[in-house]
Write a protein of this length. Structure first.
Length: 88
């Protein structure tokens, strides 16, 4: 099979390990945030969340092997540091 110049460059960059999986970056960032959260002083908070939302949150947390409380902490931290924004 004959490849054009672009395809050859792409193949060469892949063979040189110049590409990274987004899953690897996501896992790395999640671990960083978990370490940050673990080292922070905690304050107890009581909030009301719909049953459906907490069910979905726990389900997704289980799929990603992250405690759901950590996900809530990460979301709050990311919001407070302007890494995510709410769409209202």
């Amino acid at each position: 099979m004959k490849l054009d110049d672009f395809e050859n460059e792409l193949l060469e960059s892949i063979e040189n390990n110049e590409w990274k999986s987004k899953d690897e970056e996501l896992a790395k960032r999640t671990k960083e945030l978990q370490r940050y959260i673990k080292n922070q002083k905690k304050v107890a908070l009581s909030i009301r969340i719909s049953e459906n939302d907490i069910y979905e949150l726990k389900k997704r947390a289980l799929e990603n092997a992250i405690p759901y409380q950590n996900i809530i902490q990460m979301l709050i931290h990311q919001y407070n540091t302007n890494q995510i924004r709410l769409s209202i």
